[in-house]
Design a protein around this ligand. Structure first.
Ligand code: FAD
Ligand code: NAP
Length: 312
C-alpha cells in the first residue's frame, strides 16, 4: 500500500513528490508515462521562473536538475501509463495500461492539459521555434515585433490583448466572420489600435527557416492568398484536459469537474473525493505556468501529509 500515488511527472507532480517525501512519507511513487519533466521540457527558453535565468538553458535542462532534487528525498518513479483511479472503501486503486494495479491511501493527479493543434502545415515543425501556445511564456520574445494569433474564442482574444502590450502589431486570424469570444472581450480588442482582425481566413502554411518562423501564408474565403511577415505565431484553438484517469469504466468522472473537464479543487487542491487531490494545469482556474503548477504540487503534498496524519 502506497502512502501516496502521484500521477503525472511534470512540475506539479515532481513538486508534490518533493514535499511528501521531504515531509516524512516513506512510500510515495510518481507514475509518469514518459520521462519526468512535463510539457516544459518542450520549451527552448524560460524567462519567468524566478531564480532560473540563464540564456541558452532549455526546458529540458531546467527539469533535469529539478527532478534530481525531487528524487533526492526518496520519491520513487515508475514509467507507467495510468488508466484509471478508483476509490474502493477507504483506499484507492490505480490501474495501469495492461491491467496491473496498485493501492494507495492518497492520490494526487497532475496529468496536465494539452493545447490543441490547428493542423496547418509547419505547425509541428516550428512548434517552440516561433509557433507557441502560451503568450505569458513566449510573448516577450516578440517585444516590438509583429505577431499573428490564430483563433476566435475567449482565449485567443484575451491573449491577443495581452500580446498587444508587448508586440508592435497583433494580427488575429479567425476562420469565420463572427467570434466565439464574449462580446465585451471582442469590443475591448476592437478598441485596441494595434490589434487587427482578419476574418474568414485560415493559415495555409507557416513559413520559416533554420532560425524559426518568418511568417504565415493566409487564405481567405474567396481563395485569395496573402502573407504576413510576422516572426511569432500564437495558436489558441482550445485545450484538452488530460482527465481520462478520473473516469470510471462507464465514462463518469469520479470527482467533480467543470463543463470544460477541469478538476474542481479548493485552495488546498482537494477534490470532491476525500484523499484525492489534483494540481497543476488540469485544475480549475489554472494559470498554466510552471511556477503555479509547482505551487499547487507543494500544497497538495502538504495536504496529503495532514490527511494521512488525520487518518492514523
Ligand atoms: P504537465 O507539465 O503537462 O505534466 C503532466 C505530466 O503528466 C506529463 O509529463 C504527462 O506525460 C503525464 N501524464 C499525462 N497523462 C498520464 C497518464 N495517464 N499516466 C501517467 N502520466 C501521465 N510555463 C512557464 O511558466 N514558463 C514558460 O516559459 C513556459 N513555456 C512553455 C513552453 C511550451 C512549449 C509549453 C508546451 C509550455 C510552456 N509553459 C511554460 C507551461 C508549463 O509547461 C505548464 O504550465 C506546466 O508544465 C504544467 O505542469 P503540470 O505538472 O500541471 O503538467
Ligand atoms: P474555444 O472557445 O473552443 O475557441 C476556439 C477557437 O479556435 C474558436 O474560435 C474556433 O473557431 C477556433 N478553432 C478551433 N479549431 C481550429 C482550427 N483547426 N483552425 C482554426 N481555428 C480553429 O476555446 P478557448 O478560447 O480556449 O475557450 C475555451 C473555453 O474557455 C470557452 O468556454 C471559453 O468561453 C472559456 N474561456 C473563458 C474565459 C473568460 O471567461 N475570461 C477566458 C478563456 C476561455 P470557431 O469559432 O469557428 O469554432
Amino acid at each position: 500500500m502506497l502512502d501516496c500515488a502521484i500521477i503525472g511527472g511534470g512540475p506539479a507532480g515532481l513538486t508534490a513528490g518533493l514535499y511528501t517525501t521531504r515531509g516524512g512519507l516513506k512510500n510515495v511513487t510518481m507514475f509518469e508515462m514518459g520521462m519526468p519533466g512535463g510539457q516544459i521540457t518542450q520549451s527552448s527558453e524560460i524567462e519567468n521562473y524566478p531564480g532560473f535565468f540563464e540564456h541558452g538553458k532549455t526546458g529540458m535542462d531546467f527539469m533535469d536538475t529539478w527532478q534530481k532534487q525531487c528524487f533526492n528525498f526518496g520519491l520513487k518513479h515508475e514509467m507507467k501509463k495510468v488508466e484509471r483511479v478508483a476509490k474502493i472503501g477507504k483506499y484507492f486503486t490505480i490501474t495501469f495500461e495492461g491491467g496491473e494495479s496498485v493501492e494507495a491511501m492518497t492520490v494526487i493527479v497532475c496529468t496536465g492539459s494539452t493545447p490543441k493543434r490547428a493542423g496547418f502545415p509547419g505547425e509541428d515543425e516550428y512548434f517552440g521555434k516561433g509557433v507557441s501556445t502560451c503568450a505569458t511564456c513566449d510573448g516577450f520574445f516578440y517585444k516590438n515585433k509583429p505577431v499573428t494569433v490564430l483563433g476566435g474564442g475567449d482565449t485567443a482574444l484575451e491573449e491577443a490583448f495581452y500580446l498587444s502590450n508587448i508586440a508592435s502589431e497583433v494580427y488575429v486570424v479567425h476562420r469565420r466572420d463572427t467570434f466565439r469570444a464574449a462580446p465585451p472581450t471582442l469590443d475591448r480588442v476592437k478598441r485596441k489600435e494595434n490589434i487587427h482582425l482578419i476574418t474568414d481566413s485560415v493559415i495555409e502554411e507557416v513559413l520559416g527557416d533554420a532560425m524559426g518562423v518568418s511568417g504565415v501564408k493566409l487564405k481567405n474565403k474567396q481563395g485569395e492568398v496573402t502573407q504576413l511577415d510576422n516572426p511569432g505565431l500564437f495558436v489558441f484553438v482550445g485545450h484538452d484536459v488530460n482527465n481520462m484517469v478520473l473516469k470510471d469504466e462507464n465514462g463518469t468522472f469520479i470527482c467533480e469537474v467543470n463543463d470544460r473537464g477541469q478538476v474542481i479543487v479548493d485552495l488546498n487542491m482537494k477534490t470532491s473525493v476525500s484523499g484525492l487531490f489534483s494540481a497543476g494545469d488540469m485544475r480549475i482556474e489554472a494559470p498554466k505556468q510552471v511556477i503555479s503548477a509547482a505551487g499547487d504540487g507543494s500544497i497538495a503534498g502538504l495536504q496529503v501529509i495532514s490527511y494521512i496524519q488525520e487518518q492514523a
